[in-house]
Write a protein that binds this ligand. Structure first.
Ligand code: ASP
Length: 352
């Protein structure tokens, strides 16, 4: 995978207030029509023509544009590796980063980045759009301009939001608490279990109490993944054949059990026995809820007590996107024993 680097000084001939790097990975945001009416990726060197308002931000912008922008349904851990390496390599010289990404898997990428860059103390704002920037009613312009403003915002010389976030439709959310909830309207993301970090209106109102600040740590880069995981999503009527096809997959290290309500599952003997066997064979099992809001409380009901008894780990209030990416990184970096210890500890504000 290759990319092109473009420098745009929006403050010229004046002096730039801050330096921000935009990493353009693809998605609807950057689509435009060519002379034949075919949708093609937007040429970022022309951004000032599309968005003259950028000049009012007085920023020195470096754009890293993927040579082959991807629809985010094609995002893979290798793309997360590339994005996090770009951030890590340019970390010292930039004040903040804006990642332009398709909305479909944006919550996975934002979650993954939050775990891959422990000690991050600068903003990484992930955004995109529901309508291409070339469309008159596109949400791309507002999303990008405000994301840039947030990525460059400082208070007392320090970054205002030093964490990985999603900015979309006037709301700033913690990346690893976000979920895509809407595919037609502009309010595409929600964070049910954590407060909004900022709201953009006439001015940007920051919720300082909710913003996470790394404690004098140095930034690190973690890029080892294990994809030997699976999700077992429950539904009334799920049978032994379906459950077994998942838990007996070769080489599996961990399963995310997507349960009902506060972490409940059928109490049928064959179901509990199947899970118990898998756990005995060394598969790690993490319980997260299908409910976007609330938390898993194993033992609250009879239907979750048996899960705790056989050794299913509570994933508490983690989103599925956070659980998937955290497990991949923990397994890749620390192996199964390390993953077991760390899975329900807060590494980047994703749980609790
Ligand atoms: N399919 C697109 C993507 O995720 C949708 C979008 O960008 O909103 O790349």
């Amino acid at each position: 995978m290759t990319y092109t680097r473009i420098n745009i000084n929006t403050a010229q001939p004046g002096k730039a207030k801050s330096r921000v790097m935009i990493i353009y990975t693809g998605g609807t945001f950057g689509m435009t029509y060519d002379a034949n009416g075919v949708l093609i990726p937007f040429d970022f060197s022309l951004i000032l023509e599309q968005l003259p308002a950028l000049r009012n931000l007085f920023l020195e912008i470096t754009v890293i544009s993927f040579d082959h922008p991807v629809d985010s349904s094609n995002i893979q851990p290798v793309h997360w590796k590339m994005i996090s390496e770009i951030i890590f390599e340019n970390y010292e010289e930039q004040d903040g980063f804006v990642v332009l990404h398709g909305t479909d898997t944006m919550a996975f990428t934002a979650s993954a980045l939050s775990f891959m860059l422990p000690g991050l103390a600068k903003p990484v704002i992930v955004t995109g759009a529901q309508l291409p920037i070339s469309q008159p009613r596109s949400d791309a312009r507002e999303n990008l301009i405000t994301a840039l403003e947030i990525a460059s915002a400082k208070e007392n010389g320090k970054p205002r939001v030093p964490e990985v976030c999603i900015y979309f439709d006037y709301e700033l959310l913690r990346g690893n608490r976000s979920k895509k909830v809407e595919s037609m309207h502009f309010d595409a993301f929600k964070s049910e279990n954590y407060p909004t970090l900022a709201k953009a209106g006439v001015k940007i109102d920051y919720n300082d109490a909710a913003i996470r600040r790394a404690e004098n740590e140095e930034i690190h880069l973690l890029t080892r993944f294990s994809t030997d995981i699976s999700i077992l999503k429950l539904f009334p009527g799920i049978d032994k054949r379906t459950v077994n096809s998942i838990i007996q997959a070769e080489g599996l290290k961990a399963i995310i059990l997507e349960t009902y309500g506060s972490g409940n599952a059928p109490s049928t003997a064959w179901f509990i026995e199947s899970l118990k066997d898998a756990i005995k064979q060394g598969i790690m099992m993490v319980n997260i809820s299908q409910c976007p809001g609330g938390t898993v409380m194993q033992g609250k009901y009879e239907t979750s007590k048996s899960l705790a008894d056989i050794g299913v780990i509570s994933g508490e209030d983690m989103t599925m996107e956070a659980a998937v990416t955290k497990l991949m990184i923990l397994l890749g970096e620390h192996g199964i024993e390390g993953a077991r210890k760390l899975i329900n500890q807060s590494l980047a504000g994703e749980v609790g």
